[in-house]
Design a protein around this ligand. Structure first.
Ligand code: ZN
Length: 239
C-alpha cells in the first residue's frame, strides 16, 4: 500500500469555544471538519492539534512525523511561543509542507516564512468570487474557472507578501476589491500554500471546492525528499 501523507491540522480553537454562533457551525472546531474530509480521501492520514495543548501540540516528535501542517489562527497569534515557531520553521526548511489558512496571514510562522509584514485590507460581509487563474497547477485540479462563497470576510490588496512563485487563485468582491487568495512559495525544501477563505463565522470549510483546494494543497505541499538536512541557524523571531 502506498504511504499515506501525514497531515496535522492545527487550530487556535478558541472562537469555536467562546462564540455560540461559531460553536454551532463548528462544534468540534474548524480543524475537525477539515481533518474529517482529509481522512475520507484514502491517501491522507490527518490528526488534530491546538494552541492550548502542551507545546501547542507541536512537539519535536509530532513535527518529525508530520508531512504537511495546516495552520488556522486569529486572535491569539501572540500566544504561540517563539521556540515552537522556530521549531516549525526549521521543519519547513527541512521539507515539511505548510498550508496557512485565512487569518494565518498574521501568524508568527507565516510572517517568519514571508519576511514581510503580511498586512492586508479587510472588511466584513459580502460574497466572494474565487477565480482559478492557474488551472494547470496541481492545487487547481478539479476546481472550476470560478466559484462563489455567498458570505465571506473581504480580504483585499494590497497584501504585503513577497511576490508569490505562483498565484493560483484571485478573489473578487462586490466592493470592487481583489485579492491574491491562493499563493505558493518554497522556503528551503518546504512548500508553502496560503489560501485566504475561512472566516470563522461562516461555514466555509464545508464548501466542496474549498475542501478540494485544501486537499490539493496538502498533496502538493507533501515533501518530495526524505533526506534530512541540518537547519539550525534559522533567523530570530521578531517580537
Ligand atoms: Zn476572519
Amino acid at each position: 500500500m502506498e504511504k499515506k501523507i501525514k497531515v496535522l491540522v492545527w487550530n487556535e480553537f478558541r472562537h469555536e469555544k467562546q462564540n455560540e454562533k461559531i460553536k454551532k457551525i463548528y462544534p468540534d472546531g474548524m480543524h475537525a471538519v477539515i481533518s474529517k474530509h482529509l481522512n475520507s480521501q484514502g491517501d491522507i492520514k490527518a490528526s488534530l492539534a491546538c494552541l492550548d495543548e502542551p507545546e501547542h501540540g507541536l512537539t519535536e516528535k509530532v513535527l518529525e512525523q508530520t508531512d504537511v501542517l495546516i495552520w488556522w489562527g486569529h486572535g491569539a497569534h501572540h500566544e504561540v511561543k517563539d521556540e515552537i515557531v522556530a521549531r516549525v520553521h526549521r521543519r519547513v526548511l527541512e521539507g515539511m509542507g505548510i498550508v496557512c489558512l485565512h487569518s494565518a496571514h498574521f501568524s508568527k510562522i507565516f510572517k517568519v516564512l514571508m519576511g514581510t509584514s503580511c498586512v492586508l485590507n479587510w472588511r466584513d460581509g459580502g460574497k466572494e468570487r474565487i477565480w482559478t487563474i492557474e488551472p494547470s497547477h496541481p492545487i487547481a485540479e478539479g476546481i472550476p474557472e470560478y466559484f462563489e462563497l455567498p458570505e465571506t470576510e473581504m480580504y483585499g490588496e494590497r497584501f504585503d507578501i513577497p511576490t508569490p512563485e505562483k498565484v493560483i487563485f484571485i478573489s473578487w468582491y462586490p466592493g470592487g476589491e481583489v485579492f491574491r487568495s491562493g499563493c505558493v512559495w518554497e522556503r528551503g525544501h518546504g512548500r508553502i500554500f496560503y489560501f485566504s477563505p475561512g472566516h470563522e463565522t461562516f461555514p466555509i470549510y464545508y464548501d466542496k471546492n474549498i475542501l478540494k483546494i485544501i486537499t490539493n494543497g496538502v498533496r502538493w505541499a507533501a515533501p518530495r525528499i526524505i533526506k534530512k538536512q541540518e537547519c539550525k541557524n534559522v533567523p530570530p523571531i521578531e517580537k
